[in-house]
Design a protein around this ligand. Structure first.
Ligand SMILES: [Zn+2]
Ligand SMILES: [Zn+2]
Length: 344
């Protein structure tokens, strides 16, 4: 089968690999019907993910059809359409029991797919702990509507949930890339008073204005002034940092009101510094990534009810054999690209 493979820093290649087989009685084999390219794939490509194993098939956001299951798998059957969670987790260790599945202590726990074990930019993928990592897609929900459930939408849902947003709050979201837009949809479900989206790309600002007219948009240079003007207590009640640069990190704590929650959703490629003397007395609560992706049944239900729709974020689709071109488009941010889907 075709599988897009991480060879070494700076190099991915489409290779022919054997179809995966069940290795454990809790595994499932999924025939991938749609997968996607994520910014984290680019992080692997550029060597920012030290735990990524050379030789693995990349891709950790996908949907498909169950092909085969191990003896111990009970939640899905061959033929079921499923979402695949970015995180594989045992469901029973200390961290899993608290819902912190990102830190599952199982050898395959956390973000393994497309990083430490073969992922889904391929025709088939083996999913360990299938009972935890797979969710059935409701009949009237399309692959495209369900594609982001396991990773970006899980991230947005988790970020909105841990940010302790109260009804009526002013919420600042920094970054309107694909993850920022998923986060926005989930934040809007929490009945905030005002949502402000800060973004430096005019195309992305326009996308937010067109699709979410109830949201205020602002460029980074004006963000601090707008947030102070719009919020009741000198800053945002909750800030969700989804942009991942030194500037956006600084803006996040600057725009927060005292005692606010600042949720760091972004993955940085450099260490970030908090100037604590300058911040003293602000009493901020920082929450850092990454996602605990264990809410997929909830987000699938919200999609089925029409409360979340991320299909409009998928602006381009490429066949697997042209995945190289898909990466080039995604990385260059040409042609209004937000999210690229890959069809095996
Ligand atoms: Zn991802
Ligand atoms: Zn666990």
């Amino acid at each position: 089968m075709l599988a897009y493979t991480y060879l070494k820093k700076g190099r991915f290649e489409l290779q022919n690999k054997p179809k995966p087989v069940l290795l454990n009685n809790q595994d499932a084999i999924i025939r991938v019907t749609l997968s996607s390219i994520c910014t984290s794939d680019l992080h692997i490509k550029h060597g920012f993910v030290p735990r990524a194993v050379p030789g693995i098939t990349v891709g950790h956001e996908m949907v498909g059809v169950v092909e085969e299951i191990g003896d111990a798998v009970s939640s899905v059957r061959p033929g079921d359409r499923v979402t695949v969670n970015v995180e594989t987790f045992c469901g029973s260790c200390f961290f899993c029991r608290h819902g912190w599945v990102n830190n599952c202590t199982d050898p395959d726990g956390g973000w393994a797919l497309g990083c430490r074990i073969d992922g889904g930019q391929a025709e088939y993928v083996r999913v360990p702990h299938a009972d935890q990592g797979l969710n059935k897609i409701p009949d009237h929900v399309s692959d495209k509507q369900a594609l982001l459930v396991g990773d970006l939408l899980a991230t947005g849902y988790w970020a909105a949930k841990i940010s302790e947003i109260q009804s009526g709050d002013t919420v600042l979201i920094i970054g309107a890339g694909p993850t920022g837009l998923c986060t926005l949809q989930c934040v809007l479900l929490q009945s905030p008073g005002q949502v402000i989206v800060c973004e430096k790309d005019p195309q992305r600002i326009r996308f937010v204005q067109e699709n979410y007219p109830q949201v205020l948009t602002v460029y980074p240079e004006q963000a601090l002034a707008l947030v102070r003007e719009t919020s009741l207590h000198g800053g945002a009640d909750a800030v969700l940092e989804v942009a991942g640069t030194a500037d956006s990190f600084r803006l996040a704590w600057q725009c927060a009101r005292p005692n606010a929650v600042v949720t760091i959703v972004a993955m940085y490629d450099q260490p970030q510094v908090l100037p604590l003397p300058e911040m003293y007395g602000k009493n901020l609560i920082f929450k850092t990534g990454g996602v605990d992706g264990c809410n997929c049944s909830e987000t699938l239900a919200l999609i089925a009810d029409g409360k979340i729709d991320t299909s409009l974020l998928i602006t381009h689709t490429f066949p697997l054999r042209d995945i190289q071109a898909a990466y080039e488009l995604f990385e260059s941010r040409q042609d209004g690209v937000i999210k690229v889907a890959i069809m095996p």
